[in-house]
Design a protein. Sequence first.
Length: 283
Amino acid sequence: MLNMLISRDFESHRTRYSERSTMGRLDGKVIVLSAAAQGIGRAAALAFAKEGAKVTATDINADKLKELDGTPGKINTCCLQLPSPGQLMNQDKVVDVTKKDQVEALAKEHDHIDVLFNVAGFVHHGSILDCKEADWDFTMNLNVRSMYLMCKAFLPKMLEKKSGNIINMASVASSIKGVVNRCVYSTSKAAVIGLTKSIAADFIDQGIRCNCICPGTVDTPSLRDRIQAQPDPEQAYKDFMARQKTGRMCTAEEVASLCVYLASDESAYVTGTEQIIDGGWSL
């Protein structure tokens, strides 16, 4: 009797996983992600497509985003406007992730979605005394509220199918580790962890998984720009390297590999987690 119960409860999943093992790890999956023009978002979009997913890649940087058009795999690109000033391109596809109606319009373009990967974010430098109200509002609006809107817009489509997977970009600079000069950034990423766990708990019995990725220092164009903007870029780079216990920074491709795992059926039993990838920095 026990063996019959076990077979009933587990064999269907084993069969699905076995069938996928001979295919791309993400074959047939529809994935939407933000901030895909460079850094972690770009690496993830390419990794998703390489494993067989149909990817909708979004970003504010239309020129950089277009570079994905000729890459292997099924990647559809559109310009995703983040709440920052400047001229926007590709107006037919512009979506401000802080505007509810525009995010919902993006969601309506997708009849079906398997994975939502929220990547877009901003790193503010400074303590609470350096953080103006405008800095606080901008960071929380982009790093937290945009994820709230994206999750709320796409989650109903997942619930209709009783299957869905949300991955949020957090950081070890959060509730995991106190980091100097990362006050509002750390606060926002702690909120992302809370949002992730809440969604995971609320919909765990309806086929929904939700996890977050918590990187340490990742070598990306964004990081290099922040280092270059410091009064002494060379010293700033040395300071970043000094805290790397492994002697090097993480690469965007290493984070993308973790993204593929979380997006795949290999992680079907993983939900509500903080996936730390920081080379031991938080130890």
